[in-house]
Ligand binder design. Structure first.
Ligand SMILES: Nc1ncnc2c1ncn2[C@@H]1O[C@H](COP(=O)(O)OP(=O)(O)OP(=O)(O)O)[C@@H](O)[C@H]1O
Length: 268
């Protein structure tokens, strides 16, 4: 089990005083569980992933996997695909695999599954945005991660491309039994993908609500069951709705972006 206990994570701010980004944050993720994290802009979601992934050690707290410090076996996918322009598609995927002799065959299989078999030797500059994200997805899975950290990986893609990538992610996740921590601003995406959705408070960020009554399996965000689930969540936690929408917002308006920037889409 992935066990995250962050007592405090501070950043120095410009005036020399420290800004408390995270405080008293506790979160556990079971093996193979898909957990989504939703929260206002600036509440510390990226900071949380950086701490969990070991990119930021300047923190009071601990992150363990099955009781030992989490050190390797961590896959990442960020908002930007972060591909090296001077490396080919397959070289980009293999970049994270070290000298594992089984990685090249796995990279090829993953890229075939991502429908990128024809562009293994192409450079990222030749690829569309959606193709670049598929390369990033293959790179995240090539090490067969025990923990996969995803920071709004499908943001700013058109809806069909994002849906296709979500379906590919779900299929890889089901094959690998990886524990996923997936940050998103989009409530419907969170409910569609996550077996559990954790809502973070404003700064300093902590988990203030866990919604465990997810669907029987992942769906696409436009699925009617997701819309019904969102309605149920907002009916049962009206205070959450008040936080999600701005003062003039209305859950019936189709698409609302609250003052804290969580996106609640209620259109079909
Ligand atoms: N390197 C840094 N130095 C100083 N402050 C930082 C640094 N990184 C983040 N912060 C601050 O910490 C807080 C949390 O930032 P973080 O990026 O983790 O939030 P977030 O929830 O991911 O935001 P968003 O949803 O807008 O991406 C913010 O107030 C941010 O300004």
């Amino acid at each position: 089990m992935l066990d995250i206990e962050i007592v405090r994570k501070c950043y120095p701010d410009r005036g020399g005083r420290s800004h408390i980004a995270l405080a008293d944050l506790r979160l556990q993720v079971q093996p193979g569980e898909f957990v989504c994290v939703v929260g206002p802009s600036g509440c510390g979601k990226s900071t949380l992933l950086n701490v969990v992934g070991g990119l930021d050690h300047d923190v009071s707290g601990r992150v363990t996997l099955d009781g030992s410090p989490l050190q390797d076996g961590i896959g990442f996918m960020f908002q930007e695909p972060r591909l090296m322009p001077w490396l080919t598609v397959i070289e980009n995927v293999l970049l994270v695999a070290g000298d594992d002799p089984t990685a090249p065959a796995r990279a090829r299989d993953l890229l075939q599954a991502m429908e990128l078999g024809d562009v293994l030797d192409a450079y990222p500059g030749r690829l569309s945005g959606g193709m670049q994200r598929r390369v990033a997805l293959a790179r995240a899975f090539v090490i067969e991660p025990r923990v996969l950290l995803m920071d709004e990986p499908f943001v700013s893609l058109d809806a069909p491309t994002a849906d296709r990538l979500r379906a590919m992610l779900v299929s890889l996740w089901q094959r690998c039994n990886t524990s996923v921590l997936f940050v998103t601003h989009d409530l419907r995406e969170a409910l569609a993908l996550g077996g559990r959705v954790c809502f973070m408070s404003g700064a300093p960020g902590r988990v203030m609500l866990e919604w465990r009554e997810g669907l029987s399996g992942p769906r696409l965000p436009n699925d009617a069951a997701v819309l019904a689930l969102q309605r149920e969540l907002l009916d049962r936690h009206p205070a959450l709705l008040a936080g999600l929408l701005d003062q003039s917002g209305n859950a019936g308006q189709g698409r609302a972006q609250g003052r804290n920037n969580i996106e609640v889409r209620t259109d079909a």
